[in-house]
Design a protein around this ligand. Structure first.
Ligand code: NAP
Ligand code: GDD
Length: 343
């Protein structure tokens, strides 16, 4: 019989790629979506799986709702991807962020414990746990030092998952995933903001790209590669926590430079701090500016992951390089903007 998986956060980037992967593996996929007025399943549509996923309403804020869904659909595996996932907004909405990202995880775990503790559980943990990182690179043993309400809320999610594993012998695991991007990334995150913004500048629909801290460094991977790792964790013999990363870090500035190059701009920088500007040498136009609006009250300066454990124990390694990732995202956004212009 086909395995059945429940994915919370089905409308997000990872929800879409994970659903596609599980469908390809023969799973029946139940997609948990919190209701919203303008529900649009554009990511599922983009991957051609909108009709193959069975959609159900599930909101991590409501225990009874989660209970009914899990009791009714009896999944073999639950992938908890739902979250208020934007770090910047967590400074504006710290309580909502914690309700969803911290207590939300506990609600799902508690339902599983009550309905059927044999259900396998995946928690979407994050490299934001390392925050002001205590060592470079970061692995499963590196101490945590979160730097945002988002990071702190995810710390609870991480520990409650471990606690349910240890206390009730549940198959509950944390994937500590470093940043992973794709053409399905939300426009608020810096990589997609850059590729979408540059494509629009190229086609004359926008003048400038306004960014914050260009010096922040991230270990950026490709989301579909990372969903393979997520699935593998639930197929392991024993439940355990794993770091998922590429082992290479790049700055926001480098991301802009590479994307601009793919886009056909010849970018150079002038000025410093908030006055710094990115100029296209071909036209002399300013295409990148800096604004304090996009700086965070507390920043995570540098993340670099060590994914040796998952490579050695589960045989996972990333397949997509940083330059390939930038190219995939930039080319897809150029195509999208070109067709938007034609429409
Ligand atoms: P995403 O695109 O923001 O997707 C998150 C999804 O969660 C959205 O579809 C959102 O629904 C849903 N959601 C928000 N609040 C909810 C609630 N109260 N109840 C039910 N659903 C709710 O995030 P992602 O990039 O796919 O990331 C997936 C997970 O991995 C998140 O938990 C994130 O924190 C974590 N993570 C991501 C990365 C990364 O680099 N992408 C790295 C490490 C960890 P709407 O569509 O209605 O807003
Ligand atoms: N969003 C955004 N917008 N970030 C900017 C901008 C901007 O205009 N300018 C500079 N940055 C910097 C941020 O300050 C941060 O240091 C870096 O770019 C990355 O920001 P995001 O793309 O918003 O991602 P994040 O690293 O904060 O969080 C993402 O990755 C985490 C894993 O480390 C999210 O996906 C989280 O949900 C995830 O847990």
């Amino acid at each position: 019989m086909a395995k059945r998986a429940l994915i919370t956060g089905i409308r997000g980037q990872d929800g879409a790629y994970l659903a596609k992967l599980l469908l390809e593996k023969g799973y029946e996929v139940i997609g948990g979506d919190r209701r919203s007025a303008d529900a649009d399943y554009w990511r599922l549509r983009y991957l051609g799986i909108e009709k193959e996923v069975r959609l159900v309403y599930i909101d991590l804020l409501e225990f009874n709702n989660i209970y009914r869904v899990i009791e009714k659909y009896k999944p073999d595996e639950v992938y908890n991807l739902a979250a208020q996932s934007f770090v910047q907004v967590s400074f504006e909405q710290p309580i909502l962020t914690s309700e969803v990202n911290a207590l939300g995880v506990l609600r799902v775990l508690e339902v599983i414990r009550q309905v059927n503790p044999g259900i396998k559980f995946y928690q979407a943990s994050t490299s934001e746990l390392f925050g002001k990182a205590k060592e470079i690179p970061q692995n499963e043993e590196t101490p945590f030092y979160p730097r945002s309400p988002y990071g702190v809320s995810k710390l609870f999610g991480y520990w409650i998952t471990r606690n349910y594993r240890e206390a009730y012998e549940m198959f509950a695991v944390n994937g500590i995933l470093f940043n992973h991007e794709s053409p399905l990334r939300g426009l608020e995150f810096v990589t997609r903001k850059i590729t979408w913004g540059l494509a629009r500048i190229k086609y004359g629909l926008q003048d400038k790209l306004v960014l914050g801290n260009l010096e922040a460094k991230r270990d950026w991977g490709y989301a579909p590669d990372y969903m393979e790792a997520v699935w593998l964790m639930l197929q392991a013999e024993e439940p355990d926590d794993y770091v998922v990363a590429t082992g290479e870090a790049h700055s926001v500035r480098e991301f802009v430079e590479q994307a601009a190059q793919v886009c056909g701009f010849k970018l150079y920088w002038e000025g410093e701090g908030l006055e710094e500007k990115g100029i296209d040498a071909k036209t002399g136009k300013v295409i990148v500016e800096i604004s304090s609006e996009y700086f965070r009250p507390a920043e995570v300066d540098f993340l670099l992951g060590d994914a040796r454990k998952i490579r050695e124990k589960l045989g996972w390694k990333p397949k997509t390089s940083f330059s390939k990732l930038v190219e995939i995202m930039m080319e897809e956004d150029l195509k999208r903007v070109a067709s938007e212009r034609r429409a």
